[in-house]
Design a protein around this ligand. Structure first.
Ligand code: SF4
Length: 226
């Protein structure tokens, strides 16, 4: 829940190693006390930390939030910049957070890659590798810009609901297009066991050609069955 780019940026920083539900519990009081970057830049750690304590890693997050806000005030007149390079220069902000804010609050195409996107894209076969930045580049190359943010959202939802670490392939609407289903799951439980959850993506990658995703792979990213 956010009303502007500043709130989404702060909430996304808080979401590291936490859950959306937990973050949504703390943000109303947080943004009531610190409604904008100027207010947060002047925060006192002893007052800020109790407000975000339940999200975990509250001391580091407090530093990141205050540092982020101070930089916004010092360099961007208190506004959140709509450029990747400027966003990732802010304390506590990496590419994933920057892409979330760009895509959802600033109207700039961004493709956040979290653990769900990594898992789903590798399994389906539209990306290859464990490095979020490389997977982001592969997905962005395979999809038109206007689909980037939606593609991330869809894969995150799909990873949470269907393509979990132990995937629910029998309920999946994209299994006909999924390399992991074709090369591992459809070959039976022995193959699944052999692949193992951690090595599944790697086994799948080694089992298929070394082709890189192309434009036609965009068709594989479509809404999962809800
Ligand atoms: S078929 Fe299975 S492994 Fe492939 S995307 Fe669907 S749930 Fe994930």
């Amino acid at each position: 829940m956010y009303r502007n780019a500043f709130e989404l940026l702060a909430a996304t920083i808080l979401s590291a190693q936490s859950t959306d539900a937990r973050v949504n519990m703390v943000t109303p009081a947080l943004f009531k006390r610190y409604p904008d970057a100027r207010a947060l830049a002047r925060a006192i750690p002893g007052e800020l930390e109790p407000l975000i304590l339940s999200t975990g890693f509250f001391r580091q997050k407090s530093k990141s939030l205050m540092g982020m806000a101070q930089r916004l005030v010092a360099e961007h007149r208190g506004e959140v910049p709509a450029e990747m390079d400027l966003l990732i220069a802010l304390p506590g902000v990496g590419r994933k957070t920057a892409n979330v804010v760009l895509g959802h609050a600033l109207g700039v195409p961004g493709l956040p890659v979290d653990r769900h996107v990594l898992r789903v894209s590798n399994r389906i076969g539209i990306a290859e590798g464990d490095d979020p930045e490389k997977v982001e580049a592969q997905l962005c190359a395979a999809l038109p810009k206007e689909m980037w943010t939606l593609a991330s959202d869809v894969q995150i939802l799909h990873g949470r609901r269907i393509c979990k670490p132990k995937p629910l392939c029998d309920q999946c609407s994209v299994r006909d297009d999924c390399d992991y289903y074709r090369l591992v799951v459809s070959r039976g439980p022995d193959k699944v066991r052999a692949a193992g959850e951690k090595g599944a993506a790697g086994d799948k990658r080694r089992g298929r050609s070394s082709r890189r995703p192309g434009k036609n792979d965009a068709r594989k990213v479509r809404a999962p069955r809800r």
